[in-house]
Design a binder for this molecule. Sequence first.
Ligand SMILES: [Zn+2]
Length: 174
Amino acid sequence: MRKLYQNRMERTKDINPRFLADAMLGSLARWLRLLGCDTALAPSEASDLELVRWARSEDRVILTRDTELARRRGVRVIHIESMDLSEQLRQVVAQFEIKPERIGTRCLACNQLLEPLTREEARGRVPPYVWETHERFRHCPGCGRVYWAGTHWNRMRVRLVAMLGPEWDASPKV
Ligand SMILES: [Zn+2]
């Protein structure tokens, strides 16, 4: 039985890991979403027990700065040691061998997978200048935000390369 459980965990790691970040790790959660990782963010009022139940029911790995929560058994927990965002992101990327393939596929605000939006559908939902100068758009079916590879994206890309290295100089999948 134990063996089966371990195998299942290994497989979860090999495919796309799903995370549940505690409320202290909001920035890390947004950056993991940017990389395309399914990352739920716990509200600050959630108890440790609620986090554990949530992680178990959705097969998520808890990311926490709380050493007590990190010692919990029966759920997969990663203790995020650093206060520094770059180091936090490097820790998770290294530990789960996250690759740049899925950059820009997820909503930064609510974690949903983005869906393509035709140029015509994007008209009126983005500033006119953006509509004139971009061909490709995506939107979030959850919160309605529209995404495009504009100047904001380029700033994030520069930061991503600074934090994770040159192989992360990737275009978003929009
Ligand atoms: Zn959204």
